[in-house]
Design a protein around this ligand. Structure first.
Ligand SMILES: *[C@@H]1O[C@H](CO)[C@@H](O)[C@H](O)[C@H]1NC(C)=O
Ligand SMILES: *[C@@H]1O[C@H](CO)[C@@H](O)[C@H](O)[C@H]1NC(C)=O
Ligand SMILES: *[C@@H]1O[C@H](CO)[C@@H](O)[C@H](O)[C@H]1NC(C)=O
Length: 324
């Protein structure tokens, strides 16, 4: 009886001593205003699933076309428990690339904007569901997530004392959403926060779990962000990871699935750099590492791009785009 009560009260899994979970407890997430396993709509339930799924499918090579965006590294320039932000941003970036038919220069979204302004996590961990809920809120204002080149990833949040983090200001203000640091003082001075900047919005989000829902969502609309047990992945080198796992303490994005010698597996992009695993990826056996327990998806709405003729045209020093 006591054991049952304890499990119900602490919804977060505590990893082995010495290992840090990068997922906040459900109570902490609720206090941040996050809807646990929230859905904006029931559009996922309305997706038609083909009776038989292909034995292999990946957005990184779909009929010879790569729809996967860049691999990332959450741990440089210093450790930061921002896997949850990387998983969500990478899956959404892929979905934007899918919407563009893999044409044009890739749109890479700013993980740091989510860290600075999302209020759904930090370098001390975050939420699987929160990032897309925040994006939906800001999307209503017409200003979505900034692009990486206006707000590069620095692996810091205000609560981090790793590396140089004590010396940087990451509070949510114009200069920490999108900025330029021009070369000429007469162009506006040192660094200028921008009022107009390339950005991406979403129109829908939701939460799923289980193999069938994951396959249906991935094949119909693109990669998803999922929780996973990172313990067995720390020293992973190659092959199919098949440990059952103990609990979710990390977030990754799932881009597809395959089958090797009768073992079906998920194709998983991590955010630990390309020197880790199989060029930054890991294959995870179906049902292993708790990967099918908690996944989130989002649907892109608008994004700034040449083909949409909705570019912004800021000067190098930002004087014509200066934030109020
Ligand atoms: C969100 O939708 C999924 C399926 O589409 C469902 O499994 C889940 O329970 C829903 N979440 C909530 C909080 O109702
Ligand atoms: C992938 O699945 C297709 C059928 O959907 C099959 O023709 C092909 O041989 C499979 N490829 C691999 C590498 O398993
Ligand atoms: C966000 O991008 C859209 C185009 O996709 C643009 O119309 C809008 O002005 C941008 N918002 C900001 C704050 O720059």
């Amino acid at each position: 009886m006591l054991a049952i009560t304890l499990i119900a009260a602490s919804s977060a899994y505590a990893p082995a001593p010495g290992r840090r979970s990068e997922i906040l407890s459900h109570d902490v997430q609720r206090n941040m205003g996050i809807k646990i396993r929230g859905n904006f709509s029931d559009s996922h339930d309305k997706l038609l699933s083909s009776a038989v799924m292909p034995s292999n499918f990946t957005w990184c090579n779909n009929a010879g076309v790569n729809y996967c965006t860049m691999s990332r590294n959450q741990h440089i320039p210093q450790y930061c428990g921002s896997c949850w932000a990387h998983g969500a941003i990478s899956a959404l970036g892929d979905r934007i690339k899918i919407a563009r038919g893999a044409e044009g220069i890739d749109v890479n979204l700013a993980v740091q904007h989510l860290l600075n302004c999302g209020n759904v996590g930090s370098c001390s961990g975050g939420s699987i569901d929160g990032p897309y809920q925040w994006m939906m809120e800001i999307s209503k204002t017409g200003a979505g997530v900034a692009y990486e080149t206006s707000n590069p990833y620095i692996a810091c949040t205000s609560d981090s004392s790793e590396g140089f983090c004590k010396h940087v200001d990451t509070t949510c203000k114009a200069i920490n959403i999108a900025r330029t640091c021009g070369s000429f003082s007469q162009e506006g001075g040192t660094c200028t926060g921008l009022s107009s900047y390339p950005n991406a919005t979403i129109s829908d989000y939701g939460s799923i779990s289980g193999k069938d829902a994951m396959m249906k969502e991935i094949i119909a609309r693109g990669p998803i962000s999922c929780g996973i047990d990172a313990g067995p992945l720390l020293n992973y080198e190659k092959g199919i990871a098949d440990a059952s796992g103990e609990g979710v303490d990390h977030v990754i994005s799932v881009v597809g699935w395959g089958n090797e010698a009768g073992v079906p597996y998920w194709i998983v992009r991590n955010s630990w750099g390309e020197y880790w695993g199989e060029m930054g990826y890991v294959r995870v056996a179906f049902g292993a590492l708790k990967i099918e327990e908690q996944c989130s998806w989002a649907v892109p709405k608008d994004f700034t791009s040449a083909e949409k003729a909705n570019q912004v045209h800021c000067h190098e020093g930002g004087d014509n785009c200066k934030a109020a």
